[in-house]
Design a protein around this ligand. Sequence first.
Ligand code: ADP
Ligand code: MG
Length: 707
Amino acid sequence: MHVSVTTERRWLENDEILALLNEYGIPAPRQRFAATADEAAAIQAEYGVPVALKVVADGVVHKSDISGVKLNLAGCEAVKQAFAELQDALATHAPEAVFRGALVQEMAAPGQEVIVGIKRDPVFGPAVVVGLGGVWVELVRDSALRLTPITEEKARQMIAELRAAPLLTGYRGRPPADVDALVDILVKVGRLAVERPEIEEMDLNPVVVAPKGGGAVAVDARILVSPRPAAAAEVRDLSSPVRQLMNPRSIAVVGASANRKKSGGRLLHYLRKHGYEGRIYPVNPKETEIGGLTCYPSIGALPEAVDLACIMIPDKAVPDAIAECGAKGIRTAIVYTSGFSETGAEGKARQEEMMANARRYGVHICGPNTVGTVNSIARTTTAFGMAFEAETVPTGDISFVTQSGALGGSLLSRMWAQGIGFARWICTGNEADLTLADYLLYLADDPATKVIALFLESIRDPATFRLACERARANGKAIVAYKTGISEVGHRAVASHTGSLAGDDAVYEAFFRECGVVRVPDLQALADAAVVLSWQPLPAGRRVAVVSTSGGACSVIADECEKYGIEIPLLREETRAKIDQIIPPFGASQNPVDITMQVTVNPEMFGSVLDSLLEEPQIDVLLMMLTTNADPPAVEVAKGIVRAARKVSKPVVVARTGAEFLAPQSLAYYQENRIPVFPMPDRAVKALKAAIDASRFLAHAGQPPAS
Ligand code: ADP
Ligand code: MG
């Protein structure tokens, strides 16, 4: 069989499919093609067991849809009659299809039907999908996906992840199915997917999994091959140009202006206002001086080959400006200007022209169409977003890479307002040259970065991304990501079950899991998770103690924790006894602990209860759930919490639902002491969940963690 030299995109014939399954040791029932009813009857007689008859006709995709499958046939007459019925069914339901005969196939032992398939993603490569739900499979969408290679462990995780997994592992007296046989098939399909890049999609639907010990067989298979060569995943390391981009000792602002209403004016203004200490050279042929700085007529006229050219000129002039940079010996540039690949064919051509010049001279580019970058620690604000109207740019150990300048910028100012600073902030723009993965690789080894937050739409170079994640994990850095674009799933699903079962988002999910990237469900959670990871120690596990002043708040927290798989374990008797000493008799000393509104009279109670929980061995995280409190007693509560938190290396976070204006002093006190405060309990729980996941990923650095 010569599938690998296919020149057209086509579905394989049944004998080609069988040869392939056979080669990889994927079990299929005995089967043979029959052109006539007599041949079919003879095959059944030879097999000596009941058979299935399946119509073979050009142009038929789903055989049962046209009554093209007959099951459990034994004896000459039954087989012949079924053959005739298949012929009739085709004439009735698909008169345009050409009847060729029938496939005679041994009946599989009864069992659980599952679908196993290959989905090849253009960026991430081949993935294997397993799904449950029989004929309802596309309706219930109960599936799990993993990128290849598929190890036995991964295959077991996939099966465990299915909602209906108990149908396979045993449920209400139903005997467990032969999971080992299914695992074996998943591993083999994974290998096939890797070794046969010409296979674009494959469905084994169904694989019938017999009860334990009985094996599993693929009774129906469809394989789509295409001549498209598999894209080789290449790793590249551009961390040194990125380092230069982020740490320039001299900057040319090309398109500088004295007018702060213009982007070029704002860029120059922010650079100086936020304390850049390197050399700045405005470039603008119409000026000789801007804001006291000598202005140069062209890039060529600059007195030195600057470390970084910030280019903010009309789109048509950008490709030449990059060539001028190259000729001058300038090797890194940020192109802020838009009107490139994001706008259509003309812009795309312009971007290519720009990149041709960049490649000729070895210039590395951030952008085009970017808001820019910020290195807060080196006070280098090479960005023109309105966020930089702020008086100061606070520093911190979080670094943020965003594929959306506008949203990424707004998050920045929102976090500053809560006293949260960044080390680096990078808006990627169109990624004509430097990509999200290149920045990530730089941050992975950046000593100022402890936590990496990503706001992303797509990943272009998964191999580099993966390497960056490995390095970050090896360096103990957590990566949290918010990914948009979930809704555009599985568009070209029609032809294949696997395609409709697992959309592009499932591929990202699998990729993030393998890379140890913690995915958060929304933009707010990205910021919240980053703060917990930056300010607090990593949780050792997922067991949380909740202290609250309200029974209602306790149930909200309990619900949220359940939703995110966070445990609220029972406390030991001795701990409860200690707490009972502190709280009023109408409180609750069991987790979640309700210390009641008595705290308004006795604000130290919070800290004291917290103290008795610190040493509780089955607790990994402490969550303080406050409702409405006001300064000055709120300050006493805050002091108690901060004092207790200092004694322990477990994360402590506060959820406080009352409005901020009631307690400015206590909120400032939490902030100074790096205790995250969230205005709603769900935000606190979501952030903790991300911190717990991050901690688990980091504990498994060097190997993909189990789910
Ligand atoms: P299609 O998917 O084109 O409709 P299949 O070959 O998958 O056709 O057959 C439809 C259904 O018939 C299967 O889902 C399975 O339940 C049953 N079936 C088909 N072949 C066999 C077989 N050899 N042994 C047992 N059941 C079978
Ligand atoms: Mg089928």
